[in-house]
Design a protein around this ligand. Structure first.
Ligand code: XBP
Ligand code: MG
Length: 252
């Protein structure tokens, strides 16, 4: 029997609802540069199709403005966006989603290893983790694989392959916690069982191949709701529920 040995967390939209802060920070960076680009919520939902901030700026300019953009301007805008984003994070304006802090705690107690596989920049992840979980929290994670650690971002599986390699684990010994189409494709295409918690930017995404889709992990006073899939789950998802979901999924 394949036992659950690790949970691999996505960051944006999964640990916290960060995309709104990214969006506002992108717009701030555009203004600072004297550009009249305005990424509305509706537009940003479409732009999220492309992972990575630099790649997203290029996608917008090429496909929405039908223009070209120089790489040094992409880099400048992205740096300015990240600086603004990280200042919002450091002000503790972005809380963890319901159940994240609890599940990390429960995983540690159950000797289930934890890791991060994300397409966002390392500085964004590190600041989010320390601002929301505390100064020593970076050490809780066996691996934090961020952005350019691999050349190709999600939906390609490279960042997940990197994490599995570093942890010396097989795909089926882990579960991925994700929030988006790009995330579920990246994890499931190499057979990592994947639990989805949606958010307002991803609630209309397709999640084919996911183990289960819920609105959130929930907490004792914050019940979770199944959106896609069938499972007998309690009011909120705890580590025992995750182990059971994993067991049923890998033996199916
Ligand atoms: C989601 C993303 C990221 C952020 C921006 O990452 O697509 O690109 O929107 O990040 P995750 P950067 O894998 O954590 O869901 O600007 O730092 O690239
Ligand atoms: Mg995400």
């Amino acid at each position: 029997m394949t036992e659950l040995k690790a949970i691999i967390f996505d960051v944006d939209g999964t640990l916290a609802n960060t995309e709104e802060a990214h969006r506002q920070a992108f717009n701030y960076a555009f203004q600072q540069e004297g550009l009249n680009w305005d990424w509305t919520v509706e537009l940003y939902t479409k732009l999220l199709k492309v992972t990575g901030g630099k790649e997203r700026i290029r996608y917008y300019v090429n496909d929405f403005l039908n223009e070209e953009i120089k790489q040094d301007l992409v880099v400048k805008l992205h740096e300015s966006k990240n600086e603004r984003y990280q200042s919002l994070v450091k002000q503790k304006l972005i809380p963890l989603r319901a159940g994240i802090s609890r599940i990390i705690d429960e995983a540690k107690k159950a000797n289930i290893r934890i890791a991060i596989a994300t397409t966002t920049s390392p500085g964004n992840v590190n600041n989010l983790v320390t601002a929301t979980m505390g100064d020593d929290a970076l050490d809780w994670f066996d691996v934090i694989a961020a952005a350019d650690v691999v050349p190709i971002k999600k939906p390609k599986p490279d960042v997940y392959e990197y994490v599995l390699g570093k942890m010396n684990l097989k795909a089926q010994e882990c579960i991925a916690l994700e929030d988006s189409y790009n995330g579920v494709v990246a994890a499931t295409c190499i057979n990592i069982p994947t639990l989805i918690t949606v958010n307002n930017y991803t609630e209309n995404d397709k999640f084919e191949g996911a183990m289960l889709v819920v609105d959130q992990l929930g907490d004792p006073d914050v019940p979770c709701k199944i959106i896609e899939g069938e499972a007998d789950i309690p009011e909120y998802i705890d580590i025992e529920t995750i182990k059971k979901l994993h067991k049923d999924f890998v033996k199916a």
